[in-house]
Design a binder for this molecule. Sequence first.
Ligand code: FUB
Length: 445
Amino acid sequence: MKKLFLSTAVLAMAACTAVQPEGDAIVTGTNPIITGQFTADPTARVFEGKIYMYPSHDIPSVITHHDGSAWFSMPDYHVFSSEDLTSWIDHGVILRQEDVPWGKPDAYAMWAPDCVCKDGKYYFYFPDAPAGRPGFGVGVAVADRPEGPFTPQTEPIKGVFGIDPCVLIDDDGSSYIYWSGMGLSGCRLNDNMVELDGRPVRLDRSLPEGFKEGPFAFKRDGKYYLTYPWVRENTETLAYAMSDSPLGPFEYKGLIMKESPTGCWTNHHSLVEYKGQWYLFYHHNDYSPDFDKNRSARIDKLYFNEDGTIREVIPTLRGVGPVKATSKVEIDRYSSIDGARIEYVDTTDLFKGWKTIFTNSGDKVAFDELDFGKKAPKSVVLCVKAPKGGEMALTAGETMTVTLPAAEEWKEVCMPMPFKVKRMHNLEMKLVEGTDVEIDWITFR
Ligand code: FUB
């Protein structure tokens, strides 16, 4: 083990900044994937070789439910794109409630959307509260590019009363829309993509009771999958059913994801194959532990069995994106943890993220798949607060021990690397001496 005593720069630092301006890349690679704003109900689609994510946009509640409680407040939609699932571009607002000709402009009811591409046009399907009548309608906005500008149709789709539209385009070009509202319905879409072609069919009748909302349908290897939030006990799980036909009957197959352990009542998801790997996009209230109507999108890998059934996805904090050792590595998004605990860095601004607290010697975390690239970094920098000082072992290929100076405030501690490390490694950080050492992030330069 190489031992290195700190001799180089120790800088006092302000709390880290996580909020990103529109148009700039938001770089995480971990869960949740977008910081600085809430992103619920993430629908992921592959357009032009990139992942586009169309989430709904929660804001702190400005409206109340009929029982007087704070309620979903969702005024508009953003779209995000990524090539590597780590770095996300926020293309900004693509549709506002005030811009929907048939919508109530102050309903804050722009719930879960979807977007598909047909014959070079992008069709964005969204729920909204219609002006002058109760309930929800589903509208369509059309664009020439996945990021818009989108122009909403003057009327909602006739015959669709409900929320959470999802559209499946079959191999022969025929399209089907699915939505939730008094059960789960599906219907063929007209070739113009904005009208129903026929009568809606109730699809939940062949499923066990407990369907709630948020259907997402797709086709794989000739089989049709209908996936949906399903309440079996307390909160929404994600479940799925399969069929040989786009409009069923669907046969229930099992769970994709269990209830959230922290009690976020909703979950809402999409499944997408990108560069040969399937992913589950879903949401959780990571940045809003006390109000589960402010949610954040997450991604985890998803696998199919030989017979086409889906393996359960266990939610992770590490997520799926490649993380460069030269970025600020948030080890609180760990792959495994033993003894250490995670807390928010700043309880007055939760978008600043989390820190890892090593209370006792022996506490450790591992962060898998850290890419050190082709050129070995010369130094390591830790953002650390260690009121009583401490000693920490860092392992990435080899192990080194670093001594942390006693300091009551956050410090950026920089020291030279005692060995060369290149390419992909799992990083382990273990407190070997001391107590109450807090780490915000670590990076290699
Ligand atoms: O985001 C509002 C609603 O919560 C969605 O439409 C549902 O699917 C649930 O996630």
